[in-house]
Design a protein around this ligand. Structure first.
Ligand code: ZN
Length: 354
């Protein structure tokens, strides 16, 4: 049985008192892999660690290195550690300005005065803009490479791998209704549709949808391919947190993870299932297992949520859902997230190995 856990490193250190104790608990609970979120920054609701929590030199933010002691203990205990890497959501890099980042973020047409009826920016459009960097920009994708090389330079020999998170567009809520009209997307629209501005009505046409998803998939995949080359040379595995709603979310956001697995681009797909409804959870993992049927050497781990934005699972359900997933064909289980587990949850997780 293969067992992994996602953790928010700074929060887990707050809970345990030291990075070493995270590793000790993983080891005692039969958890082989700890996937560490290391880049809280302004998205950190606690406000306790407004810094990057590993030895990075590419960010403007202060760094507090929790990784070095974590990795030292991990190599002693035989626990694999992979930091999350978020190309499109991380803290500003050295040399980046808020203005440039804003221009390279999701831009509703109305923000640019490009709406089909010439409407001006409205407050709701402004609210949606600039939340996430748009992967259509080569410059945004290149951030992933810069962060990756820096991670490898500082911790590479002790990492088990790199865990890609949010490796996709982040706009599925609005992409069909109000597609991005940033400069880079408009350039793609000119190639695909022969014009700068596209509408929700046009995106209902199958051919429009096909071309729209096609260029997005190409953009995201090109970054994964480059990261694959670099991690392979460094002797590291490349894994990912995958959207569980495959047809609704993953594909429109350019994240064709079963294809990436088949093509040898990723070593482990961790599907963020997290559902608190047993039949929904089971249905998803069955779909994922069938999508991953020809996955080559890649592994498929089902993500079981203890506590996530979707809701909370009891200790009993955590174990039941994990067993369901293995029964449905998953190669392993990954739990979300470390700090949400109580002592009894860790004890229950340990029984999964028996
Ligand atoms: Zn865009």
């Amino acid at each position: 049985m293969k067992l992994a856990i996602w953790g928010l490193l700074w929060m887990d250190v707050e809970r345990e008192g030291s990075p070493e104790r995270i590793i000790a608990r993983c080891e005692q609970s039969g958890i082989e892999t700890y996937l560490a979120y290391v880049n809280p920054m302004e998205r950190c609701s606690l406000g306790m660690w407004p810094a990057v929590t590993y030895r990075a030199t590419v960010f403007q933010a202060e760094t507090r290195d929790l990784m070095t002691p974590l990795l030292k203990e991990a190599s002693k205990q035989g626990v694999a550690v992979e930091p999350w890497l978020l190309p499109f959501e991380s803290a500003p890099l050295v040399g980046e300005t808020p203005e440039r980042l804003a221009a390279r973020s999701y831009q509703p047409a109305a923000m640019l005065g490009l709406g089909p009826d010439g409407r001006k920016a409205d407050p709701s459009a402004a609210k949606k803009a600039g939340k996430r960097l748009c992967p259509t920009w080569a410059e945004n994708r290149q951030r992933g490479i810069v962060i990756l090389k820096d991670m490898i330079e500082h911790h590479g020999t002790q990492l088990a791998g790199i865990h890609m998170d949010c490796i996709r567009y982040g706009d599925v809520e609005m992409c069909w209704e109000d597609p991005c009209h940033c400069e880079a997307c408009r350039k793609e629209y000119r190639n695909a549709f022969g014009k700068d501005v596209i509408t929700a009505e046009e995106l209902e046409l199958p051919g429009f949808r096909y071309k729209f998803v096609e260029f997005r998939a190409r953009c995201v995949r090109s970054l994964v391919e480059e990261m694959r080359d670099i991690t392979r040379k460094a002797g590291l595995r490349l894994t990912m947190a995958a959207r569980a709603q495959f047809f609704d979310y993953a594909l429109p956001e350019g994240q064709d993870w079963p294809q990436w697995a088949r093509d040898g681009l990723v070593d482990i797909v961790f599907a963020m299932n997290y559902s608190t409804d047993r039949s929904e959870h089971r249905g998803r993992v069955e779909l994922h297992a069938s999508l991953m049927k020809n996955k080559g050497k890649a592994l498929h781990f089902d993500g079981v949520g203890k506590k996530s934005s979707i809701g909370e699972n009891s200790t009993e359900n955590l174990v039941t859902y994990a067993r369901d997933a293995l029964d449905a064909g998953a190669d392993g289980i990954c739990i979300y997230h470390y700090a949400a587990l109580k002592d009894e949850d860790f004890a229950a997780v340990k029984t999964l190995n028996s």
